[in-house]
Design a protein around this ligand. Structure first.
Ligand SMILES: [Zn+2]
Length: 127
């Protein structure tokens, strides 16, 4: 279901509303904070999402990864940056790997130090 980004003209708070396409424009939207119907749609959402997407793409650029295998610290910094950008909770192993990369360990060293890594990749049995 799409999320619509609204801002309240009365209390100036912004809030998200989940509406199906058929509900949008028909279902009255009220401010989540003060209950006012004097709300307007914020149009920034799409643009923000797009810029995030292209930023992710540029980070995922394979050529940007070239040489990083030779430079664990740069790889660690990039992974940390990506983790922050995605704003998701990363598993504890993620921080561990980043710390090790930043300490200059090679991915091979890290893998042997953390045998759980990759062992159940794709399995997700623990999730
Ligand atoms: Zn309000």
């Amino acid at each position: 279901m799409p999320t619509y980004d609204f801002i309240c003209n009365d209390c100036r708070e912004r809030f998200d509303v989940f509406l199906s396409f058929s509900e949008y424009g028909r279902k009255p939207v009220t401010c989540a904070h003060c209950g006012s119907k004097n709300v307007r749609r914020r149009m920034t959402k799409v643009r923000v999402a797009k810029s995030e997407e292209s930023r992710m793409e540029s980070m995922m650029d394979p050529s940007a990864l070239e040489g990083m295998e030779e430079d664990p610290k740069a790889l660690g910094r990039m992974m940390k940056k990506m983790g922050n950008e995605m704003g998701e909770d990363m598993p504890p192993e993620f921080d561990d790997v980043v710390d090790r990369l930043e300490a200059g360990q090679s991915p091979e060293e890290i893998e042997s130090a953390l045998p759980d890594l990759g062992a159940d990749a794709g399995g997700g049995a623990d999730e």
